[in-house]
Design a protein around this ligand. Structure first.
Ligand code: T4K
Length: 389
């Protein structure tokens, strides 16, 4: 592995990149291909590709068992699942969300002409700050949409208390939090419902896909109707609906990867520990912590660059990318700095000081099954070199 001792060794200054093939944040994990082919061949033999087929049904049952939740409805992706959940809860007017999240969280509201009202995050947890949430409540507020960012749970109890006190619905964007937990229970069991993403870049993927988990029978029934045009049996539409169905091939990938879940989780933890022990020796860089007393999926390696670090965050990302380490600045810009929110709510940032600060400091580094100890060591040594620049 390339050794960096002076500036000219850096690919950024013309040196040879450390990696011939790019290291990605969100390189898909792939389970047992033979198992996937078994499901796929059975699907071809049946000639049944979609519309609540047997593989989707098996996947939903396996998900519900894994999360210990009553209902888990598989969907074509996380964004559509969010849209369906929001509509099924009859959210209107204004809904409180963090701005520090992937833009799909805000868009899933705006798409239905509901105003996302951005609340600030806690700088330590990167999830909704309770005091900020309280300040954003108006007579038009109908709900709170928390995000378990990086797979770390929101303050679920605190948000539930606020929701109860003000008569608001509470739901979660759990796109990052499959297999994470809160107070001894798996994410999927909180609020009225929780929404997962199984996009290719998530540590647990079904190519594209998502799911809504809930313990509420009536709500589950509504989700099923809405994801299938409102059909209740053949030729009988009883509800407005859309097409949120998961395909059989996606469910086959989901089941395949579910049987490798422990392997993926284990790799994520090993990688996280390697990064953590390396980064802890570098002054001016912190790696986010995960609560060791609860389940975590460790799928994001998130570092924060302190103010005063000798090299700016954006320049660090350019230096890493020149080495073919495709680090990301998730989630910069934050939602309120993207359109249409930037134009619709030009002053939102004034009430979001923690969001503004964190979004300028964060770098997300590659992990997952395509990383190894050597590549992680290189990334750490590069960051160490920059800390002494
Ligand atoms: N809520 C939250 C909090 C979310 O983070 C997301 C999605 C959602 C809701 C919505 O769920 P979905 O509707 O997506 O199910 C990516 C993903 O597209 C997105 O799913 C994810 N969050 C977000 C955090 O990341 P981009 O635009 O940054 O992805 P992209 O295309 O740059 O890919 C990321 C890296 O992964 C690249 O370095 C390339 C690599 N990659 C990507 C794909 C698709 C691969 O190596 N192989 C692949 O197949 O949004």
């Amino acid at each position: 592995m390339k050794n960096i001792t002076e500036n000219k060794d850096l690919a950024f200054f013309g040196g040879k990149p450390a990696f011939e093939n790019a290291l990605h944040v969100g390189r898909p994990n792939i389970g047992d291909r033979e198992l996937f082919m078994k499901y796929a061949n059975a699907m071809f033999d049946r000639n049944w590709f979609s519309n609540n087929g047997p593989i989707v049904q098996e996947f939903e049952a396996a998900l519900a068992k894994e999360l210990n939740v009553k209902h888990c409805i598989a969907m074509c992706n996380g964004t559509l699942a969010l849209e369906i959940a929001i509509r099924a809860l009859d959210l209107k007017g204004e809904v409180i969300v963090p701005s520090y999240t992937f833009v799909a969280t805000a868009h899933s509201l705006q798409w239905q002409e509901i105003t996302p009202v951005f609340a600030d995050i806690d700088p330590d947890t990167h999830t909704l700050n309770l005091e900020s949430v309280k300040k954003m409540i108006t007579p038009r507020t109908t709900g709170i949409l928390g995000v378990h960012l990086w797979g770390r749970p929101c303050d679920v109890d605190g948000l539930q208390d606020i929701a109860d006190e003000h008569g608001l619905e509470l739901m979660f964007d759990a796109a990052h939090a499959f297999s994470s937990g809160y107070k001894g229970q798996k994410i999927g069991n909180f609020g009225r419902c929780e929404v997962f993403s199984f996009h290719a870049t998530k540590f647990f993927n079904s190519f594209e896909g998502g799911a809504i988990a809930t313990n509420d029978d009536e709500l589950a029934n509504k989700f099923r109707l809405m994801q299938n045009f409102g059909f209740s049996g053949v030729d009988n539409v009883i509800y407005p609906g859309t097409n949120g169905k998961m395909t059989e091939v996606a469910a086959a990938m989901g089941l395949t990867n579910l049987s490798s879940l422990d392997y993926f989780l284990n790799i994520n933890k090993v990688n996280y520990d390697l990064y953590k022990s390396g980064v802890s020796k570098i002054e001016g860089i912190e790696i986010i912590d995960y609560d060791e007393n609860t389940d975590n999926n460790y799928q994001y390696i998130v570092i924060e660059i302190a103010q005063g670090f000798p090299v700016e965050r954006d320049r660090i990302v350019e230096i890493l990318q020149a080495e073919n380490v495709l680090a990301r600045k998730y989630f910069w810009p934050s939602c309120h700095n993207m359109e249409p929110y930037r134009s619709l709510q030009p002053h939102a940032g004034l009430l979001l000081p923690n969001t503004e600060k964190v979004a300028e400091q964060v770098i997300v580094l590659p992990t997952g099954t395509s990383m190894n100890e050597e590549s992680i060591s290189f990334i750490i040594s590069l960051l160490g070199f920059l800390s002494e620049a």
